[in-house]
Each structure stands twice: as structure tokens, then as C-alpha cells.
Write a protein that binds this ligand. Structure first.
Ligand SMILES: [Zn+2]
Length: 422
């Protein structure tokens, strides 16, 4: 589909505007959007925050092409960096340059991207703008906390710990640079990651989590301190919360799209088995083995633990909110629980900082209780979250009880108990 459009665009090359003036907002463009039948279709949409059409720069994102970003522990420039700004400079081997997208205007002034990369960046900006608007208007995160973020587009991105070769087939929020990375593809050909709105919302959720829980730090102290230990129980929990809640945000944001509520966050990009393993709607329960890993494993050694536990968390949240009003109240409670200096209901930020030298105290129960305490006190929603945390996550009810926490009526559900042998 993209190929055919590109051919048509090339034929109309004389009409291409590649260096358009500043736009009067909003800008009408065509982007690749998941339609109600589950296919990515060129769709007329509005970009509300773009200020420079050709470079696709606006309030939400600023694209940077041709950059080289490299992180390797053996790099003398990285080793010499003593501040996070210096670290970001040391990782930036080529700072890149602004991009130029090409569009064909139609008689109504709607801009159609003229080539594959123009489709890709336009759709990426659209998806990021939708995620930004979701966090601002649904989750109530002030715009001041959601600043313009660099998007490194098709950079040379090397993580020395993983490989000497540039990373491919990914779109991610990369906290050490405070930026998004949209990487070149190699094997993933189904739907490029950046075109997948749910994946970009999941990544945008990582940005919000980083800003609130870790004060936007490139190398958050809880993560760097906790990862030094042999067993990493606190790291396991906070990463599982980050991943699971990111999937839940992607799901709730999807409910406002043409396609509708999408519990299969990775759908259309990855293979069916991986998509199913992260489906929020599939019934699942914490088992003794996973719970034991959460307490006694090292995250670097326990492959995918944060996603397995994260999906349990996302499923518990999914089961707790049945209406749009409940979903929205729940996401507001989640982002409120990221950071709260109130000593009666500390957020993840304050809890993690307080347990910097005792990560075993940042338990699944402690993090779950912070979420419960930020839900409307005594609400049906709060009671449902309590029941699902006790049942699906197998958190002892007593650990969630307390002021503005779970009611005494919290009871076990249909999941087998991991505390008694059957
Ligand atoms: Zn993630």
C-alpha cells in the first residue's frame, strides 16, 4: 500500500512542497491510521501542535535525522562524563540535523506525504501528539511536564552492552538521552513500529514515568543503585510497574481511536505468540515461580520478567475498570501515584528514593498500595482494584489495608493461592 502511494507521489513530484513556510495550526495531513477493520489506511487527520511543516517540528516533538548515538561502558568519553548533560554529549557521536518531509497538497489544502519516510515521520508525529494529548487531557498531566522531546529518526544507535552493530527494528523512549528513537528496520516488515499508535503510546508512557518517578533523570539513582545488587527485587517491581502501566495507558488511549479499545498492544507489528503473551484481556494469575523470581531474581538474568509481571499488573487494571469513566479515573490515579510527597500516601518516586539502600522494601504490595491510595476513597473502582490486586497479583489483603486503602471486604478470587499447596 505504501509502495503504491509512493509511486503516485513520485509522478506528481512537481507539486511537492518540500520547504513549506510556517503553518497556521492546525495542519491537515494524511497519516497511516488503524481503521475500524484493523488495517492501516491513509486517513485525513489534524496535527494541532506542528509549527514547521517540512521539518515536522512542534510542541510535542522535534525530529533529528542522521544522528549517531552510542552508549558503551568502555567508551573513554562516556567514562569521563561526570554530569548527565556531559553523558548525553558523550553518547552523541553525531548530533544529526533536522529532517525534510515532502508533501503534496490537494485542492482542500490537505497535505499527503510524498514518499515512504514522509509517511513514516508524519504518522510518528501524529501518534506522539495523540499520546501527548491523552496524558494531558485524560491523565491530567500538565503540559509543562510534557515538553518538546527529540525524536532520533533512523539514527545509528549502538548499545555496546548488547552488540557492536547498530540496533534495528525498534521504537523506544531512551531515558539516557531523554529522547525517542525510531530505528531502521531489518526484519520487521508487517507494520513499522512508529506507525503503531499503541506502541508509541506505551513508549510515551515511559517518558511520563521517567519524568515523574525519576525526575527525568538520564540515569535514575534507584535504577543504578538497585542494579548493582545480586538480587534485584525492587528493580524487578519498579520495572514491572513501568511496563505494565505503559501497556494499560496504551489500551485506555486506544479507546478513543477509530479502531476502538485495543487490548493487544503489540498487535500488527509482532508475531501472534508475542502479541497474545501481552494481551490485557487474557485471564492470568501470578504463580509461585514468577513470584519467587520477583523476590529472588536479578532482572538482568531473568529474561522478560518485567513484561511477565507487567502483563499481570495490566490485566489486573484492565479487569478493574469496566466503563470509560472508570478507566479515566484509574489512569489519573496511576499517574498521581507516580509521585506524591504526602507522607500518608507517598508515590513511587518518594518510596524508591526512601528505599535507595534497601530495595527489598520496594515490594509489589508497597507499589500496589500507592496506586490504591490514589483512587477515590471508598469507590467501587477502588474496591475492584483491591480485589484484582489480591487475586491476580496474589498480594496478601492485609498488605493493602489501611487509611484510604483497601476495604476489609477484599476477598480472594478465582486465582489459585500461591501461599498454600493445593
Ligand atoms: Zn516498555
Amino acid at each position: 500500500m505504501v509502495r503504491k502511494l509512493t509511486a503516485a507521489a513520485t509522478a506528481l513530484a512537481t507539486l511537492v512542497v518540500s520547504c513549506a513556510p510556517e503553518t497556521s495550526q492546525p495542519m491537515k495531513v494524511r497519516a497511516l491510521v488503524l481503521s475500524s477493520n484493523g488495517e492501516y489506511t491513509p486517513t485525513e487527520v489534524e496535527l494541532k501542535t506542528v509549527t514547521h511543516v517540512a521539518s515536522l517540528e512542534g510542541k510535542v516533538a522535534r525530529f533529528v535525522g542522521s544522528a549517531s548515538i552510542q552508549l558503551s561502558g568502555g567508551d573513554p568519553e562516556v567514562q569521563a562524563a561526570t554530569t548527565e548533560d556531559a553523558l548525553r554529549r558523550a553518547m552523541t557521536k553525531d548530533s544529526g540535523r533536522s529532517i525534510t518531509a515532502s508533501f503534496i497538497p490537494d485542492a482542500q489544502g490537505v497535505l499527503t506525504p510524498a514518499d515512504f519516510h514522509s509517511w513514516n515521520v508524519t504518522t510518528t508525529y501524529y501518534n506522539l501528539e495523540r499520546a501527548w494529548e491523552y496524558f494531558n487531557t485524560v491523565a491530567n498531566v500538565p503540559q509543562a511536564e510534557l515538553p518538546q522531546t527529540p525524536v532520533y529518526y533512523f539514527p545509528e544507535f549502538i548499545l555496546g552492552e548488547l552488540s557492536d552493530k547498530p540496533q534495528r527494528d525498534n521504537a523506544l523512549f531512551f531515558a539516557p538521552m531523554g529522547a525517542f528513537m525510531v530505528l531502521p528496520f531489518d526484519t520487521l516488515q508487517k507494520a513499522p513500529l512508529a506507525i503503531n499508535a499503541s506502541i508509541l503510546t506505551h513508549e510515551y508512557a515511559h517518558l511520563v514515568f521517567n519524568r515523574r518517578v525519576f525526575d527525568g533523570r538520564a540515569l535514575p539513582p534507584p535504577l543504578t543503585a538497585w542494579s548493582q545488587d545480586g538480587f534485584t527485587p525492587g528493580l524487578n517491581v519498579i520495572k514491572a510497574m513501568d511496563e505494565g502501566i505503559a501497556d494499560y495507558h496504551a489500551y485506555v488511549a486506544s479507546c478513543a481511536t477509530r479502531f476502538g479499545c485495543n487490548t493487544r498492544v503489540l498487535s500488527t507489528t509482532y508475531d501472534d505468540a508475542l502479541v497474545a503473551s501481552r494481551d490485557l484481556a487474557t485471564p492470568r494469575c501470578m504463580d509461585a515461580l514468577t513470584y519467587n523470581q520477583l523476590l529472588n531474581a536479578n532482572l538482568a538474568a531473568a529474561a522478560g520478567l518485567e513484561y511477565r509481571v507487567g502483563t499481570l499488573i495490566a490485566h489486573a487494571l484492565y479487569r478493574s475498570a469496566g466503563t470509560e469513566a472508570e478507566r479515566q479515573a484509574l489512569v489519573r490515579a496511576l499517574v498521581a501515584a507516580y509521585s506524591d510527597p504526602d507522607g500518608n500516601k507517598y508515590g513511587f518516586n518518594q518510596l524508591a528514593s526512601g528505599f535507595l539502600n534497601s530495595q527489598e522494601s520496594f515490594t509489589l504490595a508497597v507499589a500496589a498500595k500507592a496506586i490504591v491510595q490514589h483512587l477515590p476513597a471508598g469507590s467501587t473502582l477502588q474496591a475492584q482494584v483491591c480485589n484484582n490486586f489480591v487475586n491476580i497479583l496474589q498480594i496478601p489483603a492485609a498488605a493493602l489495608a489501611g487509611a484510604n486503602a483497601c476495604p476489609a471486604s477484599t476477598v480472594p478470587g478465582d486465582c489459585p493461592s500461591i501461599y498454600s499447596t493445593p
